[in-house]
Design a protein around this ligand. Structure first.
Ligand code: ACO
Ligand code: ZN
Length: 165
């Protein structure tokens, strides 16, 4: 008795993001990814696409997020112009990985992109070396549609991956 329960026994709550979550979301982003954004950018996404922006919380601590946006542009998979869901950023704190949290966040966000925003197709960019993320997206039904040379600031290439909703 008296010891904190191991992480695996703590309850993970998945819910939509709110403006008050910004500090927690940014701290997850800084721990997990080299791509960072100004606070205004995060807030705009919560304000505009908040029905599809999800966080995972343990106690009152944010441990993961998925930040999408909605765009109108050329289809990556279908033809012509379409309403596209763009997964801008997703991350799960190290201690909570490999427990299905990213899968639940992505699934919830894609459901909302489809049902609340009328999105027909979802896409994202991912580092060609990011095997965990590429595997996650493949498992969710994404396919690689393009490779963008020099996409990241350090010169690494990106795969564009997309999925019909
Ligand atoms: N190695 C290989 N495959 C993996 C790994 C890994 N380390 N992690 C996840 N996967 C694959 C597996 O197929 C896994 O299914 P399985 O556990 O049944 O084998 C599947 O993804 C689902 O895994 P989850 O548990 O749902 O994923 P998790 O919650 O661990 O989060 C994530 C995955 C988001 C990629 C996490 O590792 C992370 O935060 N990484 C750092 C940040 C990052 O790379 N974000 C994505 C950048 S691209 C973008 O944001 C658009
Ligand atoms: Zn992007």
């Amino acid at each position: 008795m008296g010891n904190a329960p191991p992480a695996a026994l703590e309850e993970v709550v998945i819910r939509r993001a709110a403006p008050d979550d910004i500090d927690g979301i940014i701290s997850v982003n800084i721990e997990c990814l080299p791509e960072h954004y100004p606070i205004r950018f995060w807030l705009e996404h919560i304000e505009r696409y908040g029905d599809a922006f999800y966080v995972a919380e343990v106690g009152s601590r944010i441990i993961a997020y998925v930040m999408p946006r909605v765009e109108f542009g050329f289809a990556k998979l279908g033809t012509g112009m379409r309403r596209l869901g763009h997964i801008v950023s997703i991350a799960v704190r190290r201690a909570f990985r490999r427990r299905g949290i990213a899968t639940v966040l992505m699934t919830a966000s894609m459901e909302s992109l489809k049902n609340e925003y009328g999105v027909q197709e979802v896409y994202l960019e991912v580092r060609v070396s990011n095997e965990p993320a590429i595997n996650l997206y493949k498992k969710l039904g994404f396919t690689i549609v393009e490779r963008i040379r020099n996409y990241y600031l350090d010169g690494e290439d990106a795969y564009v991956m997309a999925k019909e909703l």
